[in-house]
Design a protein. Structure first.
Length: 547
C-alpha cells in the first residue's frame, strides 16, 4: 500500500471480524479497502498445526500479552488475558471450538436491548453463509462458505466415557450443539480444514488478497482516528518507527476486539468525557458507554487422575512429539491435527434456568504450566464456563499513549449470583465424573480436591482458581440508550463515517465460544456497510421450541 493512501474503507484489525469485512467489502471490485494489523503475518507453522495451540496462545511474538488488573474477588489476583496480535487475530491462537451460542441469546438481544434486527432467525442465514460444515448444508449449517468447520475425529475412550456419563447424569446429549438440540454433552465442532487450523485469515483474508483493490499492512500500530468536524476521515498509524496516515472516503471500521477497539476510541477522544480529560485527551464525543459493560466467561478446571494409561500425556515425550509432528507434516493427520478439546457441551447447573448456563470443554489429559512450559500427566480435565454472568467490568486508559496497555477490570465473581453458579458448576461436573461410566478410569480428584467439599471451601477454591475462557466482549455495545456505543447497524452513535465491528458490539455475552458469532457479526456488518438488503430470516427447527 502506498503511504498516506486514500481509500474507501479503512479496517483497523485483521482479526475474526476484520478478515470477514476485508473479503466481503472487496469482492465487488469497485471499492478500495485498506486493512491494518498491528501484528505480523501468520507464517509461524505452529499457528496452523491444531495441537500447536498450546504453544501459540502464549507466544509473546503474536500476542498482546494482556493481564487484568488485580481482581478484588479473586484474592487480588491478576488473570492472564491472551489476545491474538497476528493475521487472524485470536482466531489464529484459539482452541478452534466452533460454537454459536444458544438461539435464545440473540432473541434476548432483540427483546431486552431493542435490537429488532438481531433475532436468531435474522442471524442464522449469516452463520450459514459464513460456514462450510463437514456435515453438509442443512437448515442449520452452510455447505460452501469460506470458514471450514470439521467434526471431532480424535479417537480416545475417554471421550466416549464422558458422553456416556453425561447421559447417565441426566445432563443430556446432542449430536450437534449448533443444530436441532443445542443442549447436552457432545463431540464438538472445530474450525479446521483438512487437518489444519482454519483461522479467519485463512478462511476470508488470504483468498481476497489477490484482489487489486485490497491492501494489507502488517506491523501497523494505529495511534488515533482522524476526524473532521463530526466525521471520521481516516487513521494515523506507525510502522517501523515512521508515522503514516490513510484516509477513508466512506468509513473507518474498528475491528480490534473488545479490548483494543474501546481503547482506540478513547485515545481518539470518543468515550467518557471525564475519563478522557483525566488523561489530557480532547473530547470529540462524550460517549459514556465506551469501555463499559465488559463481560467474559469465567472458567474453572476440574482435574482427575486417570487409572488407565489411555490419556494423551505420552505425546509430550520428545520422541512421540517428533513422530506426531512428522505425521502431521506428511499428511495432516494424527494427534497434531486435533485441537484436543473435542468433547464438551452446554448443560444446566440448576433446574431454574431457562436454558443451559454452563459449558464443558473436556480433554483426555492433565496439564499445568510451569512458566510458559507445558507439563502433561496421566489425567483428564473438564473446563467449566459460566455462560451468562451477572458481573461486568470496564476497560480504561492508563495514559494517553497508544503504547501503554489499557487497564482491564473484569470484576469476576463480584456478584453473589456468579459465585453461586460456579459452586453449582463444580457440583454439576463432579456429578458427571461420579457416574458409572467413569468407574474404570476415575482416580483421585486433583482439582478442586476432596478437601474442598463444603460450599464455603469450594467458593474459596473458585476464587483462587477462576481464569478466563478468552471471551471478552460487549465494551462497545449495540443499543439505543445513552450507554450504547453503536446502533443496530454498528455505526458509532454521534459520529459519522465510523463503525465498530467485532465482539465488543455484543450487548451481552452469548452462551458459547465467541469466534463463530464474531464472524457472523462481520458478515452482517458487510451487508449493512454496502447498503444491500439483509438476507431473508430463516426459521430452523429446534428442540426447545417444538411442541
Amino acid at each position: 500500500m502506498k503511504r498516506n493512501e486514500v481509500v474507501d474503507y479503512v479496517i483497523v484489525g485483521a482479526g475474526s471480524a476484520g478478515c470477514v469485512l476485508a473479503n466481503r467489502l472487496s469482492e465487488g471490485g469497485q471499492d478500495k479497502i485498506a486493512i491494518l494489523e498491528a501484528g505480523p503475518a501468520d507464517r509461524d507453522l505452529m499457528i496452523h498445526i491444531p495441537a500447536g495451540v498450546y504453544k501459540v496462545y502464549k507466544d509473546k511474538r503474536i500476542n498482546w500479552n494482556y493481564d487484568t488488573e488485580a481482581e478484588p474477588d479473586l484474592f487480588e489476583r491478576q488473570v492472564e488475558m491472551p489476545r491474538g496480535k497476528v493475521l487472524g487475530g485470536s482466531s489464529s491462537i484459539n482452541s478452534m471450538v466452533y460454537m454459536r451460542g444458544h438461539p435464545k441469546d440473540y432473541d434476548r438481544w432483540a427483546s431486552e436491548f431493542g435490537l429488532e434486527k438481531w433475532t436468531y432467525d435474522q442471524c442464522l442465514p449469516y452463520f450459514r453463509r459464513c460456514e462450510s460444515n463437514e456435515r453438509g448444508e442443512s437448515e442449520w449449517h452452510g455447505g460452501d462458505g469460506p470458514l471450514s468447520v470439521s467434526q471431532a475425529s480424535l479417537k480416545n475412550p475417554l471421550y466416549d466415557v464422558f458422553l456416556e456419563a453425561g447421559e447417565q447424569a441426566g445432563q443430556g446429549r446432542t449430536d450437534d450443539p449448533n443444530g436441532y438440540n443445542p443442549e447436552g454433552v457432545s463431540r464438538l465442532d472445530s474450525t479446521k480444514r483438512k487437518g489444519r487450523r482454519c483461522s479467519a485469515a485463512v478462511a476470508h483474508l488470504k483468498p481476497a488478497l489477490s484482489r487489486p483493490n485490497l491492501y494489507l499492512e502488517t506491523h501497523a500500530m494505529v495511534q488515533r482516528i482522524l476526524f473532521e468536524d463530526n466525521r471520521a476521515v481516516g487513521v494515523e498509524y506507525t510502522r517501523k518507527g515512521k508515522t503514516y496516515t490513510v484516509h477513508a472516503q466512506k468509513e473507518v471500521i474498528l475491528s480490534g476486539g473488545a479490548i483494543n477497539s474501546p481503547q482506540l476510541l478513547m485515545l481518539s477522544g470518543v468515550g467518557p468525557a471525564d475519563h478522557l480529560r483525566e488523561h489530557g485527551i480532547d473530547v470529540v464525543l462524550d460517549s459514556p458507554g465506551v469501555g463499559q459493560n465488559l463481560q467474559d466467561h469465567a472458567n474453572i478446571t476440574l482435574k482427575y487422575e486417570c487409572t488407565k494409561p489411555v490419556t494423551i500425556h505420552k505425546v509430550a515425550n520428545p520422541i512421540n512429539k517428533a513422530l506426531a509432528g512428522a505425521q502431521w507434516l506428511f499428511n495432516q493427520t494424527g494427534i497434531a491435527a486435533s485441537n484436543i478439546w473435542e468433547a464438551g457441551g452446554c448443560v444446566r447447573g440448576n433446574s431454574d434456568v431457562d436454558y443451559a448456563n454452563l459449558q464443558y470443554h473436556f480433554g483426555p489429559f492433565g496439564v499445568e504450566y510451569v512458566g510458559d512450559e507445558i507439563r502433561m500427566d496421566q489425567a483428564f480435565s473438564i473446563h467449566v464456563d459460566q455462560l451468562r454472568p451477572k458481573s461486568s467490568g470496564r476497560i480504561e486508559l492508563k495514559s494517553a499513549s497508544p503504547d501503554d496497555k489499557p487497564a482491564m477490570h473484569f470484576n469476576y465473581m463480584t456478584e453473589e449470583h456468579d459465585r453461586r453458579e460456579m459452586i453449582e458448576a463444580v457440583r454439576t461436573a463432579r456429578d458427571l465424573v461420579a457416574q458409572p461410566a467413569f468407574d474404570d478410569y476415575r482416580g483421585r480428584e486433583i482439582n478442586p480436591g476432596p478437601d474442598n467439599a463444603s460450599d464455603k471451601d469450594v467458593e474459596a477454591w473458585i476464587r483462587s482458581a477462576v481464569s478466563t475462557d478468552f471471551h471478552p466482549c460487549a465494551t462497545c455495545r449495540m443499543g439505543n440508550d445513552e450507554m450504547a456505543v453503536v446502533d443496530g447497524e454498528m455505526k458509532v452513535r454521534g459520529i459519522e463515517g465510523l463503525r465498530v465491528v467485532d465482539a465488543s458490539v455484543m450487548p451481552q455475552v452469548v452462551s458459547g465460544n465467541l469466534n463463530a458469532p464474531t464472524q457472523m457479526i462481520g458478515e452482517r456488518a458487510a451487508d449493512f456497510i454496502r447498503g444491500v438488503p439483509q438476507m431473508k430470516p430463516e426459521h430452523a427447527r429446534f428442540k426447545f421450541n417444538e411442541a
